[in-house]
Design a protein around this ligand. Structure first.
Ligand SMILES: *Cc1c(COP(=O)(O)O)cnc(C)c1O
Length: 387
């Protein structure tokens, strides 16, 4: 139940922020300092050194924690710095991790090329089609779940995975970067912690790289806070300030991403050169039932398969004018990319096909421009490339 001040659209503006005490500045200032004066040796104001405490960072952490219905946010210099710190908290010699089979490529690289060397073992499974008990064996310590996935937008049942984790005493971490807390709140569904690349929708303006972890478990919070300072992969105050500013419009941006998504989907659905559309909020999508159950909506991420070979697909994505050909996602501007040649080029071709990443698969991150302009752009590119 929502009470006054507790609704999402209000929290994005106010949570974690109050007027600055000295001047009454309504926006949290950028505390661009590395250290703080102490009145007496070992007596301080609560702020000693800026790796350890920074008021701008604290405002961002408190705000996003409130949006995910957590109690603690711990911010980092990138999404992967956040993931690194979580793995330092829960990984190590003999630790067993089960991870989604099509997680973000950088997460996979971090697990396989960095943390495997520390004695942590990783196995990969498709949580979207298999029962949690079948893919999460007894003795698993940490489960890493991404839903929806990228670029196939596969959906897994967070509550069911969380129940299995509770049963066997495993920690559940959910990467909520794609859905954002506006549409999905994993802590409410039983996850122990939520990870974000704030680089994407949370900041939303494609001008900052950042990450954050949210939890409501005091022991996990304490561990992460210790490691945030001990490892030191912290964001700078300007990046925190920009991200906090971006978060203020998260609710209205996500609404508009979703609206534009619906228009683009209608156009794609009526186009004879589009073989298949991946979007969990379409009734024909395999993830539809679970998406409806655990998400309140879906934003501007759409992928679809063009009925053409790789060179034509390349020409298509290179021919859009408003959709910028680029990796990343979640900004106010629309982006287009070809996973087989770009974000997922490092995945061997056979594995790509097994994951459903065909050569003609195009991924859109639909921005908040006017939908008619976006559709006209896709239409002209289709004429140039597939005529
Ligand atoms: C981008 C991304 C990351 C990594 O975040 P960085 O900020 O680039 O380090 C992790 N997970 C998902 C789902 C992402 O899209």
């Amino acid at each position: 139940m929502s009470s006054e001040g507790d609704r999402f659209e209000t929290k994005v503006i106010h949570a974690g922020q109050s007027p600055e005490p000295r001047t009454g500045a309504v926006m949290p200032p950028v505390f661009q300092t590395s250290t703080y004066a102490q009145p007496w040796p070992a007596k301080h104001t609560g702020y000693e050194y800026a790796r350890t405490q920074n008021p701008t960072r604290e405002a961002l952490e408190a705000c996003v924690a409130a949006l995910e219905n957590g109690t603690t946010g711990v911010a980092f210099g990138s999404g992967l710095a956040a993931t690194t710190t979580v793995l330092h908290a829960f990984g190590g010699q003999g630790v067993k991790v089960v991870c989604g089979d099509d997680v973000y490529g950088g997460t996979y690289r971090l697990f396989e090329r960095v943390f495997k060397n520390t004695g942590t073992s990783f196995s990969y499974a498709d949580f979207s089609t298999r029962a949690p008990a079948d893919v999460i064996p007894e003795g698993t310590n940490l489960v890493w779940l991404e839903t929806p996935t990228n670029p196939m937008l596969k959906i897994s049942d967070i509550a069911a995975v969380a129940a299995r984790c509770k049963q066997i005493g495993a920690i559940l971490a959910v990467d909520n970067t794609f859905a954002t807390p506006y549409f999905q709140r994993p802590l409410d569904l039983g996850a122990d912690l939520v990870v974000h690349s704030t680089t994407k929708y949370l900041n939303g303006h494609s001008d900052v790289v950042g990450g954050i972890v949210l939890t409501k478990d005091p022991a996990i919070a304490e561990k992460l806070r210790f490691l945030q300072n001990a490892i030191g992969a912290v964001p700078g105050p300007w990046d925190c300030w920009l991200t906090l500013r971006g978060v203020k419009t998260l609710a209205i941006r996500m609404q508009r991403h979703q609206e534009n998504g619906k228009h683009v989907l209608a156009w794609l659905g009526a186009n004879s050169r589009v073989k298949r559309i991946h979007y969990p909020f379409l009734p024909a999508d395999p993830g539809y039932a679970i998406a409806k159950k655990q998400m309140s909506g879906f934003g501007g991420m759409v992928s679809f398969v063009l009925d053409c070979d790789l060179p034509r697909a390349e020409k298509f994505v290179a021919s859009t004018k408003l959709f910028t050909l680029a990796e990343s996602l979640g900004g106010v501007e629309s982006l287009i990319e070809l996973p087989a040649a770009m974000t997922h080029a490092s995945v061997p071709a056979a594995n790509r096909r097994a994951l459903g990443i065909e050569d003609g698969l195009v991924r859109l991150s639909i921005g908040i421009e006017h939908h008619d302009d976006l559709i006209a752009d896709l239409d002209q590119a289709m004429k140039v490339a597939l005529a």
